[in-house]
Design a protein around this ligand. Structure first.
Ligand SMILES: [Zn+2]
Length: 289
């Protein structure tokens, strides 16, 4: 089976993207796995610090690896948005395939210093692990927003600059880089998210020479994804859209069957709804439409 690194480089060379989807529970994991398996494409499962605390750090690894082994399937696990070296270390030690140190809110020198420390530790424990870092603030929460997050980079002047990205990647040795190019975490209530700066994506990719990761994919217009993937994005993160599908389906199940108490029956519709969201996104990222 290909390693995660091989999967990502393969996607980059074919100008498709690997989907990264977050989970909070086993329902989400099955939904994402079934969606990927139906289409025959690799997939990355992500858990933020909060999601890891809920599922269990080592338990999340055990769940994903059990599917990988039983089905001999390229499904990988990433420690999404991690805000300290100690929590990066915890994920590395637990056996995650990839980790993200998120120092986007820190001054650049501080971000570089801690990212470098994370890279050195991760590679010393597991030479195959991938480390990603972020530059440019895009908000932090995967939810429905009434407005663009305070302080987020949404104008070209505040987007990640190619020369700073190049310096960052060189000095830290990260495998993957997540820029701010108009993307925001969460999705806006009454409109699509802002457009991505595709030209900037291409320039950052050329300057850094590493696969780029697009965060905050939920709510982004389809054409923007397609163009960004052509320009160098090799991984796309989707979380909020899955959360919305999950919540809406549970609400409906409880309303339709007020006397049902079996969790696996109440949750069945939620798994199907999450799976449908993931399949739709994976088709787009892999040009299967
Ligand atoms: Zn993110």
């Amino acid at each position: 089976m290909q390693t995660l690194k091989e999967v990502i480089y393969d996607a980059e060379s074919r100008k498709v993207a690997v989907g990264h989807f977050n989970i909070s529970n086993l329902e989400g994991l099955w939904a994402i796995f079934h969606a990927a398996k139906n289409l025959g494409v690799p997939v990355i499962i992500g858990l933020s610090e909060g999601e890891r605390d809920f599922v269990g750090v080592r338990q999340a690894v055990a769940l994903v690896k059990s599917i990988r082994e039983e089905f001999n399937y390229p499904i990988f696990i990433n420690a999404d948005h991690t805000y300290s070296f100690d929590r990066v270390k915890e994920a590395v030690d637990a056996g995650f395939d990839a980790v993200i140190f998120d120092g986007a809110k820190l001054p650049i020198d501080e971000n570089i210093r801690i990212t470098k420390q994370c890279v050195e530790y991760a590679k010393s424990k597991n030479p195959n692990i991938l480390v990603e870092a972020e530059m440019g603030y895009i908000g932090t929460s995967s939810k429905i927003l009434d407005a663009i997050p305070e302080g987020a980079s949404v104008t070209p002047e505040s987007f990640t600059k190619p020369e700073e990205a190049e310096r960052f990647v060189k000095e830290t040795g990260v495998d993957l880089f997540a820029p701010a190019v108009g993307n925001i975490h969460g999705m806006l209530r009454n409109m699509p998210d802002p457009h991505l700066d595709i030209d900037r994506v291409g320039k950052i990719h050329a300057a850094t020479q590493v696969p780029l990761v697009l965060h905050g994919g939920s709510g982004t217009p389809d054409q923007d994804f397609t163009d960004a993937i052509k320009a160098g994005v090799a991984i796309v993160h989707i979380n909020t859209e899955i959360r919305v599908a999950y919540r809406d389906a549970i609400k409906k199940a409880l309303a339709d069957h007020p006397d049902e108490v079996a969790p696996y029956k109440i949750m069945r519709g939620a798994v199907e709804a999450m799976q449908a969201v993931v399949e739709k996104r994976l088709k787009l990222f892999n040009h299967m439409n």
